[in-house]
Design a protein around this ligand. Structure first.
Ligand code: PHE
Length: 481
């Protein structure tokens, strides 16, 4: 699979695509049945706050435990160092920093306030961790935009935080990851003659220049593909804000990748520098228009680094700041940290092993001393397959036409992760077929068990795998083949 979105890696946030659902009837369904990993408790503690749970609760213990870790605030941790590097590009006091916002937010904050439609797949319980029917673990830092606009402290802000999404299991996906949100805006009532376009262009001129190669083949907005907000902005305003946004984010990428290359060169004298190339791609987000993604050519591939756009005027209006307008972006910190430090597996960020953490000692205070990670061990992998028949969700079952399945792959991923913890490296579908006569559907997944910290014994792996199989039967109603 290609390296997914950096801004949050979830295509659902851009274009309405969702994770594969092996079902005709349940596609778009917003509330699949509870997964078994969710214990039913009447109250629950998340990062020192107590919440009431209900039948929407679907957050396993390992995910709840991660809510107290705050890796982005842990000095000398690669995620924290990455945050510091980006903060350097957007200095205080022009930008107010919000680095300790609680991870539990309302459905309204996470989705409604940003204009997500009621049937958006990101809202589904197979994609999102709910505490109860109106409360969830934020799926992106954009959840805080509305409140910060309303607080009206400065004309810019940065938010860094842990975010949560149900997803697949592999070296670049973890149910908890980190994002940084940035926004910059201008106030019509505060610029000379109310001429926002002129004020923004003056600010563009004041930004540093860079000499990287930028591919930006599309016009600043396009009436069908990437519309400007004609009801609220003049073409000149939209164009000026887009220019300020693009230059600011290009400067951020230059900063990150200059540091990554310098680190690589410090480690390897033979390191060959290639000129940095970036490109702007048109995108869609419910809360920006026009919108873009920024891609960077790195290691022979185009990597999607962030999502951004001109903030929907409705956000400022709802925050009682109708006279403001500007841009916003969101960037995923974990994947950027993986590139910066050459870290091969996202699970390493959660490791408390000194052989990992000690490699970054002192870097928070001396960013110029950043060095790529040196893997301390490579234990053998141990993979095991599990094949099963899906349960048919039609009560009659049997006949081909009526054979409908309610299997969500993320439920399987969650079960494996909550039983195996960080000894699971990846889970892949390796085979599936539908029985030609009965219409029953069979799936086969390969689970790769490997720890960064120790060699797993075959017996231990077998025991874990057996537990996983039991849980799949119990919670998904599948029949092991
Ligand atoms: N929140 C978006 C995501 O997670 C990223 C984004 C932030 C896009 C701000 C536009 C503006 O994918």
């Amino acid at each position: 699979m290609a390296l997914p979105s950096f801004s949050g890696r979830h295509p659902a946030y851009h274009c309405g695509h969702t994770t594969p659902i092996v079902s005709v009837s349940t596609a778009g369904q917003v509330a699949p049945k509870p997964t078994a990993t969710s214990t039913t408790a009447s109250t629950i503690n998340v990062a020192d706050k107590v919440y009431k749970t209900d039948k929407w609760f679907n957050t396993p213990k390992n995910v709840l435990a991660a809510a107290s870790r705050k890796l982005h605030l842990q000095q000398d941790h690669p995620i924290c160092i990455t945050r510091q590097i980006i903060q350097g590009v957007f200095p205080e006091p022009s930008f107010t920093y919000y680095n300790d916002l609680h991870p539990v937010v309302s459905v309204h904050e996470n989705f409604d306030s940003l204009g997500f439609p009621a049937d958006h797949p990101g809202r589904s319980r197979s994609d999102t961790y709910y505490i109860n029917d109106s409360t969830l673990l934020r799926t992106h830092t954009s959840a805080h935009e509305a409140a910060i606009f309303e607080a009206n402290k400065s004309n810019g802000f940065l938010i860094s935080a842990d975010v949560y999404r149900r997803d697949e299991v592999d070296r670049s996906h973890y149910p908890v990851f980190h994002q940084m949100e940035g926004a910059r805006f201008w106030d019509r009532s505060q610029v000379a003659g109310g001429d926002i376009a002129a004020a923004v262009w003056a600010d563009v001129e004041a930004l540093p220049k860079h000499n990287i190669q930028v591919e930006d083949p599309n016009p600043p907005f396009h009436s069908q593909r990437n519309p400007m907000q004609t009801a609220h902005h003049s073409p000149a305003e939209a164009e000026a804000i887009a220019a300020h946004l693009k230059r600011s984010l290009e400067l951020m990428v230059v900063e990150i990748f200059t540091r990554a290359k310098a680190a690589a060169a410090r480690r390897d004298a033979a390191y060959k520098d290639e000129p940095l190339r970036v490109r702007w791609v048109e995108a869609y987000f419910p809360f920006t228009s026009p919108s873009w993604e920024l891609e960077v050519y790195y290691g022979g591939d185009w990597l999607e680094v962030l999502g951004c756009g001109v903030t929907q005027q409705s956000l400022y209006i709802n925050a009682h700041q109708p006279q403001k307008l500007g841009w916003a972006f969101g960037i995923g910190l974990d994947r950027i940290a993986m590139l910066l430090f050459n870290i091969p597996d996202i699970r390493l960020f959660w490791s408390k092993d000194a052989r990992f953490l000690s490699q970054f000692a002192g870097v928070s205070e001396h960013l110029e001393s950043l060095m790529p990670f040196v893997p301390f061990s490579k234990h053998p992998e141990c993979y095991k397959d599990v094949s099963f028949w899906l349960r048919s969700s039609s009560s009659a079952g049997g006949n081909l036409a009526g054979n409908v399945h309610d299997f969500h792959e993320n439920d399987l991923m969650e079960i494996v992760r909550s039983i195996a913890g960080d000894i699971v490296e990846d889970v892949k579908l390796i085979d599936e077929f539908t029985h030609p006569k009965t219409g029953r559907r069979s799936m086969c997944y390969r689970i790769n068990y490997r720890s960064w910290e120790r060699t797993l014994t075959n017996q231990e792996t077998n025991e874990v795998h057996l537990e996983v199989q039991k849980a799949l039967v119990q919670n998904l109603g599948v029949e092991i083949r």
